[in-house]
Every structure is written in structure tokens, then in C-alpha cells.
Design a protein around this ligand. Structure first.
Ligand code: ADP
Length: 395
């Protein structure tokens, strides 16, 4: 049996799990338990040809993980026979000091708890998932893999907010960047696809999922990224606003009688495409646009406007760009977004081939014209595989 790593991605009310063979990249099974703690929890597992869906209340994350293993057994496999040699945990925020994939012990868990203030929406659920998994699987090494890791060494000019230095230092405020596992993985895949050493390439990676971020990578090292202290900065996202004037927050707090939690919830969960159009999913947004919905049209234009601004900024930072890669749900599937993000940029060396862009092909592929000086790629991200490999590397 080849070695495998169980990868866990724990959200406040969801638990994603996948068993990955890091050396071959094969996924043995994957699934998700959603709406944990509600009456209408739903659990899904895919294992080979078998797909199981189970509905009904799952009380907490521990019950969710145990249910996942029950479903694996129901699909005819036994975890003990699947060569699991580690558990890899996705942790969103590593703060200023944690960035290497790290074996989890009590001291690390304490450090992660300490980081909760920096990432109140993301780190507490990850710690919860870690606690539960260490209880349920006490004999395996558990490894934390940080979403911020890839951007740990961002140049100071990119990582520093132009705010009072003492305040920033005291409160650990800098631009950390997120989706690092994906930007790292996809930029390596792009180099592999082009058959070029990563050190020789200037790249822009556009990770456009429900959350969205862009990065500029010179010779394999990120020199800027769109997310900052938290995953709220940067591009317009499914439900997050991305860049806003910080003055909006104090204005609402002072004038609209909105509390800080309310403002944060609004910016995180009721903004972005959802806030502007009523839908966070691009498939629905396009349908609305086709039906003449002006709100959806404006939301789409705001999204594309921001995306093009970042592409332009990163072209200027890089000086020249060899490859631009689209990834994640929107980036991999939405040909219109790709076309509108990079259309009309031939004077900047970017020319999309309309036919290649619209082809329903899957997998890593080129979508730029042969003569385009900058190659444009679509590469599926695989954060679980990247986490599995990182965990495998340390155990
Ligand atoms: P995350 O991991 O951040 O939750 P994903 O990378 O899975 O998100 O992206 C999810 C988003 O991808 C959906 O909200 C939707 O907007 C978009 N998406 C998925 N499939 C398609 C498609 N076929 N066409 C356009 N957009 C799609």
C-alpha cells in the first residue's frame, strides 16, 4: 500500500476531508460534512465509483470526522488498510512566526489559539479540527500547513502597511497573504507545464474561487499578493468586498450605529458579488446578466475592473511577465471572466486565443495565442495535494 495523508480543512460549520497519496497525487477518497450543528447537516463521500450522501443532524466536528470514517467503511474501505501515515491540517493564518509545515504538539496548538485574534473567522475552526482529529487519530503525526506560508518572505515594501510603525509592530499588523498553498502549487505547475525552471519565470497567478487573490511571482518568489492582514483585502470575491477605503468602517461605526462585528460580517459575508448582485456564484450571475439584470451587470463590471487593475499593477511590478495563470472555481471554469480580465491587452503582450479559451477542455492548458509574448494558462489548483505533500515532507 502506498503512503497516504489525510488532509483536513475545517471551517466553522464544515469539515472537508481527503485522503491523498502524495507521491502519485492520487486521491483515494474525498468528502465534506456541511452545516455541522444544524438539523440539516449533510455529509458526502466519493470513493472510487462510490458516492454516498447522508443527511441528518451531525452534532459537532468530532461527530463529523467519525461520520466521515463510517462512510469510508460503508464504501467498503477501512482506514487502517489505506496506508495513512499523517494528517495534514489546513491552517489559514500562521501569524508572523509560523510558516513552515509543522508537526502539531500542545505548544503549537497554544500558539495557534494565540493567533485567533488575527484570524477570528478562520483559525478557531482550524484549531477545533486539529483538537478533534488528534483525539480521534492519536497515533498519527498531525501537521499544520499554513495558507500564509508562501508569502512569509514578501519584500518589506509589499508586506508593510503605511500606518504607524509602533502600532503595526505591537499588533503584528503586516500583509500576510493567503491562498499561499495554491499560489505556490499553481506557479510550480505552470513552470512544469512550460518546461522551464521556475527561477527563470515571472508569473502572475489569479486564484479566482469563492475567495479570490492574485500574486506576482518573480523567479519562484512572490513579490506581492492581493490579500493582506486578513483574507478580506484585494479582489472582489463571492461574498467579500476586497479593497475598500478603511474610512468606511469608522464611518459606519460612528454614523450608522453598526457594531464592529456587524460591519465585519457585512464585509465578509454580504459583500462582493453577493452584496452587489444577490448571487455569489458566477453561474447565477451570468444567468442574471443574460436576463437583463442591471445589478448583476454592475457586479460583474466591478469584479472585472478590480481584476484588471491588479493585473496591470503586477505587470508594472514584474517589469515583464512570462505567464499568467488562472485557477480555482471561477478561474478554471469561467471563460468570460478570463476573456474580460485580459482582453484588449495585446499592446502589453497578452493575447488570449478565443477558441482555446472557450474550449471545454479540463486540466492544465494554454489559452493564449501562439504569438502572445505572455503565455496564459488555466491550471486546476489542488490544495489538498499540496498540503499532503507538505505534511509528507516533514514526517
Ligand atoms: P472556494 O474553494 O473558495 O470555496 P472554489 O474555488 O471551489 O471556491 O470556487 C467556487 C466558485 O467557482 C463558485 O462560487 C462559482 O462562482 C465558481 N464556479 C464553479 N463552477 C463554475 C462554472 N462552471 N462556471 C463559472 N463559475 C463557476
Amino acid at each position: 500500500m502506498t503512503d497516504t495523508v489525510l488532509v483536513l480543512n475545517s471551517g466553522s460549520s464544515s469539515l472537508k476531508f481527503q485522503l491523498v497519496a502524495p507521491e502519485t497525487g492520487a486521491s483515494v477518497f474525498d468528502g465534506i460534512v456541511e452545516r455541522i450543528g444544524e438539523e440539516t447537516s449533510i455529509a458526502k463521500l466519493r470513493l472510487g465509483e462510490t458516492a454516498i450522501t447522508r443527511e441528518g443532524r451531525v452534532a459537532d466536528h468530532e461527530a463529523a470526522l467519525r461520520l466521515a470514517f463510517d462512510l469510508v467503511a460503508e464504501a467498503g474501505e477501512n482506514l487502517e488498510h489505506l496506508g495513512v501515515m499523517a494528517v495534514g491540517h489546513r491552517v489559514v493564518h500562521g501569524g508572523p512566526t509560523l510558516y513552515r509545515p509543522t508537526i502539531i504538539d500542545d505548544a503549537l496548538v497554544a500558539e495557534l489559539r494565540d493567533l485567533a485574534a488575527l484570524a477570528p473567522l478562520h483559525n478557531p475552526p482550524a484549531v477545533l479540527g486539529i483538537d478533534v482529529a488528534r483525539r480521534v487519530l492519536p497515533d498519527l503525526p498531525h501537521v499544520a500547513v499554513f495558507d500564509t506560508a508562501f508569502f512569509h518572505d514578501l519584500p518589506a515594501a509589499a508586506a508593510t502597511y503605511a500606518i504607524d510603525r509602533q502600532v503595526a509592530e505591537k499588533w503584528r499588523i503586516r500583509r500576510y497573504g493567503f491562498h499561499g498553498t495554491s499560489h505556490d502549487f499553481v506557479s510550480r505547475q505552470a513552470a512544469e507545464f512550460l518546461g522551464a525552471p521556475i527561477e527563470s519565470l515571472n508569473q502572475i497567478v489569479l486564484h479566482l474561487g469563492n475567495g479570490a487573490s492574485a500574486s506576482a511571482i518573480a523567479g519562484g518568489r512572490p513579490i506581492d499578493t492581493s490579500m493582506g492582514l486578513t483574507p478580506m483585502e484585494g479582489l472582489v470575491m463571492g461574498t467579500r468586498a476586497g479593497d475598500i477605503d478603511a474610512g468606511i468602517i469608522s464611518y459606519l461605526w460612528r454614523t450608522a450605529d453598526m457594531g464592529v462585528d456587524e460591519i465585519e460580517t457585512m464585509l465578509n459575508r454580504r459583500s462582493g458579488m453577493l452584496g452587489l448582485s444577490g448571487d455569489s456564484d458566477f453561474r447565477a450571475v451570468h444567468q442574471r446578466i443574460a436576463a437583463g439584470d442591471q445589478d448583476a451587470q454592475l457586479a460583474y463590471e466591478v469584479y472585472i475592473h478590480r481584476l484588471r487593475k491588479y493585473v496591470g499593477a503586477y505587470l508594472a511590478l514584474l517589469g515583464h511577465c512570462d505567464v499568467i495563470t488562472f485557477t480555482a472555481g471561477v478561474g478554471e471554469n469561467d471563460a468570460r471572466v478570463r476573456r474580460d480580465a485580459l482582453g484588449g491587452l495585446s499592446r502589453l503582450g497578452i493575447e488570449i486565443d478565443q477558441h482555446l479559451n472557450e474550449s471545454p477542455a479540463r486540466g492544465a492548458r494554454r489559452i493564449s495565442a501562439d504569438k502572445s509574448p505572455t503565455t496564459v494558462l488555466v491550471i486546476p489548483t489542488d490544495e489538498e495535494l499540496a498540503i499532503a505533500r507538505a505534511a509528507f515532507g516533514v514526517v
